[in-house]
Design a protein around this ligand. Structure first.
Ligand code: BTN
Length: 255
C-alpha cells in the first residue's frame, strides 16, 4: 500500500502533484486524465496501484505488477509553445534518471526519445499523450511507468526489463522515489522554458548512443546514420552519407 504521508513529506513542489489522486485500479492513468472533465487542474497527478489496460508506446501494453511499481500520470494544462512538449518529454526521462542517481547512485542511461536504462536494461518508460483543439494543445498527459520492486519479468520485450530492486539488490521506497521524481520534474519543466540548453545538455550527457552509428525504425521505414545531436527542439539529428535529417519519431538501435 502506498503511504501518502511518506510521499507528501518529501514532496517539494509548487504545482506538480499538489492535486493528487490515488486509485487502487484503473484501466490507464493516462486515459483517466485525458478523458476526465473532473480532473482538470495543471499539475494534477494520478497514481494507480494497478492498471488493467496500461498503455505503452506504439500501441503496446504496459504490464506492471500491482502494488510493487509506480504507474502514474501528470496532467499539464498551460501555454504550450511549439516543441515545448518535446522538451518536456526529454525532461521527464531526465527527471527519472536524476532521481535514480540521487537516491541509489546508479549510472543511468537514456535512450531517445525517453527510455530509462540501468545496465542496458529498461527500468522506466514514458508515454506522452495530448489533446488538441484546433491548432493548440489543450492538455498534455505524461504517463510514467517505473519498475520499482517487481522481482521478475516474464514475456517478450524489445529491450530487456529490469527493476530498481533487481539492480539495487533490495526493496526501495516507492514513495521516496516518486516524490524525488516529481521534485525534479518541476525543476526540469521550468528549465524547458528558462534554459532549454541546460536541459538538453543534461539529457545528452546520459545518452549512450550519441556519436554512434545507429538505425532508426519508423514503421516499415528504416534509416542509417550517425546519431549526431539532439537539436533545440528535441529532435534527433541523423547524419547520413549524403544529407542530415531531423527525426521526430522512431525507434533507435545501435548499428
Ligand atoms: C513505454 O512503452 O515505454 C511507455 C510506457 C508508459 C507506461 C505508463 S504507466 C502510467 C501511464 N498510464 C499508461 O497507460 N501508460 C503510462
Amino acid at each position: 500500500m502506498f503511504n501518502l504521508e511518506d510521499f507528501d513529506i518529501k514532496l517539494d513542489t509548487e504545482t506538480i502533484s499538489r492535486n493528487f489522486i490515488y486509485c487502487e485500479e484503473v484501466e490507464s492513468t493516462n486515459g483517466l486524465l485525458l478523458n476526465s472533465k473532473e480532473f482538470n487542474k495543471d499539475g494534477t497527478v494520478v497514481l494507480a496501484e494497478f492498471q488493467s489496460a496500461g498503455r505503452g508506446r506504439k500501441d503496446s501494453e504496459w504490464l506492471s505488477n500491482a502494488n510493487q511499481n509506480l504507474t502514474f500520470s501528470i496532467l499539464l494544462k498551460r501555454d504550450f509553445k511549439p516543441n515545448y512538449l518535446n522538451l518536456i518529454n526529454l525532461g521527464s526521462s531526465l527527471s527519472i534518471a536524476q532521481a535514480l542517481e540521487n537516491l541509489y547512485q546508479f549510472k543511468v542511461e537514456l535512450k531517445w526519445p525517453n527510455d530509462v536504462l540501468i545496465n542496458k536494461k529498461k527500468v522506466a518508460g514514458i508515454l506522452l499523450e495530448s489533446i488538441s483543439k484546433g491548432s493548440s494543445i489543450e492538455k498534455a498527459v505524461i504517463g510514467i511507468g517505473i519498475n520499482v520492486n517487481q522481482p521478475n519479468f516474464t514475456g517478450k520485450f524489445l529491450i530487456h526489463p529490469t527493476s530498481v530492486r533487481k539492480e539495487f539488490k533490495r526493496e526501495v521506497s516507492r514513495e521516496r522515489l516518486m516524490s524525488e521524481i516529481l521534485n525534479l520534474f518541476e525543476i526540469n519543466l521550468n528549465l524547458a522554458k528558462s534554459n532549454p540548453e541546460k536541459l538538453l545538455n543534461d539529457w545528452k550527457s546520459r545518452c549512450f548512443m550519441l556519436g554512434e552509428k545507429i538505425k532508426i525504425f519508423d514503421g516499415d521505414d528504416s534509416k542509417f546514420g550517425i546519431f549526431d545531436d539532439i537539436d533545440e527542439n528535441g529532435f534527433l539529428v541523423l547524419k547520413m552519407k549524403d544529407r542530415t535529417e531531423r527525426i521526430h519519431y522512431g525507434d533507435v538501435s545501435l548499428h
